[in-house]
Design a protein around this ligand. Structure first.
Ligand SMILES: Nc1nc2c(ncn2[C@@H]2O[C@H](COP(=O)(O)OP(=O)(O)OP(=O)(O)O)[C@@H](O)[C@H]2O)c(=O)[nH]1
Ligand SMILES: [Zn+2]
Length: 358
């Protein structure tokens, strides 16, 4: 068989032609630039499209198979498939990575998803709407190196979605906000600029906000709930570890990963700083480098609150996220010690809040 590898190499992509099998899976210059033609022939690139207990399901140009677990890879990863020793397949450097600490352990890191292009942080135009939660998810996306977009579903049920949009826009100047009806034709149109062929997206948010509805709207007639049962164990039971990519008719890849819907913030100091860049910029102007923004003279943050240019609630949320992040990122031993201190901090924050309300 003659294969045209030109499209795999950097700069080899002409403007208008049908996408190759690999491009439909998300292949592009970021990955192509990491390998040479010899490696391409000997070890074909494949993408991990699903993670099962029995192994990694990989897809490539004419390849669709399950390899045993082994490579330190997760759904979305690109591997150079080593046919003789699949466990030794090389994992290509990632564009983005969502990870977390394995629950209940010390420093062990769990890979959740790789090479996601866009995270849609989903909430609804109703009582689910919560700025603190939006900030948390957006920080996580920034930390992972992924572009976040805030999606406000159930706009059709709200008397006026505008106030929700306005609040959501305050999370970060860098994050677009879209309000829509998650059902029917609207998502495919409203999200078209992010859901292009070969792009990989994921919907994150609380239960009931419309993640499955959005996924179904993009996938067309396919039903994700029934589709997911297919590759699980013999009894067709859902397993909590299942993660997989589904292709839309437009060629966009939607990651379905129930385990990722609620995430703790871990090792996300940079992401938090990105979301709260307004506060970080103020902090840099405080007189003392170690200013705690409580009573210090020359504190730029206290000054901003004083002149109403900073919302004290936003400052409180920043403090809380930072404390939580520091707590989650600590090792188990450190955690035990911090446990008490954290409880105290939360209690004093709650008290400060109720004092203010009084
Ligand atoms: N009217 C209206 N209903 C919606 C919208 N989005 C979701 N719903 C409805 O809300 C309910 C919950 O939607 P799901 O898509 O199951 O929510 P989910 O986020 O996937 O929930 P989990 O699977 O529990 O995580 C369903 O009955 C949807 O039809 C919307 O934009 N407008
Ligand atoms: Zn200060």
């Amino acid at each position: 068989m003659i294969r045209d590898f030109s499209a795999f190499m950097p700069g080899g992509t002409p403007a208008r032609r049908e996408p190759t099998a690999l491009e439909r899976l998300g292949w592009g210059p970021t990955f192509a630039s990491q390998i040479d033609t010899d490696a391409l022939t000997a070890t074909p690139p494949v993408r991990v499209v699903a993670v099962h207990r029995s192994g990694l399901q990989v897809a490539g140009d004419g390849i669709d198979e399950t390899i045993p677990p082994g490579p330190d890879a997760t759904v979305g990863d690109w591997l150079l498939l080593n046919r003789a020793r699949p466990r030794s397949s090389r994992v290509l450097e990632r564009k983005s990575l969502i990870k977390r600490r394995a629950p209940g352990t010390g420093r062990e890191v769990q890979l959740i998803a790789a090479n996601i292009d866009t995270v849609f942080v989903v909430t609804s135009c109703n009582q689910d709407f919560n700025v603190a939660r939006l900030e948390r998810y957006v920080a996580m996306a920034f930390e992972a190196g992924i572009e976040p977009v805030i999606l406000l579903t159930k706009a059709d049920l709200a008397e006026d979605p505008a106030p929700y949009v306005e609040e959501a826009q305050k999370v970060s100047e860098r994050v677009p906000v879209v309000a829509l009806d998650a059902r029917g034709e609207e998502p495919a149109k409203a999200l078209a600029s992010w859901c292009k062929s070969g792009r990989t997206i994921v919907f994150l948010g609380s239960s009931g906000v419309g993640k499955s509805t959005l996924t179904n709207a993009l996938l067309g007639t396919q039903d994700i709930a029934t589709q997911g049962i297919r590759n699980d164990d013999a009894r067709g039971r859902h397993t909590t570890t299942r993660r997989e990519l589904h292709a839309t008719t437009g060629g966009c890849l939607v990651l379905d990963t129930p385990g990722m819907r609620e995430l703790q913030l871990t090792d996300a100091a940079t992401g938090i700083a990105d979301v709260f860049e307004d506060i970080e910029a103020l902090a840099a102007r405080c007189r003392f480098a170690d200013c705690r923004h409580e009573t210090e003279p020359g504190c730029a943050i206290l000054a901003a609150i004083e002149d109403d240019s900073l919302d004290p609630e936003r400052l409180a949320r920043w403090r809380k996220l930072q404390a939580e992040e520091a707590f989650n990122s600590a090792s188990l031993a450190e955690r035990r010690e911090k446990d008490r201190a954290f409880g105290k901090l939360v209690r004093s924050a709650m008290k400060a809040k109720s004092d203010r309300k009084r």
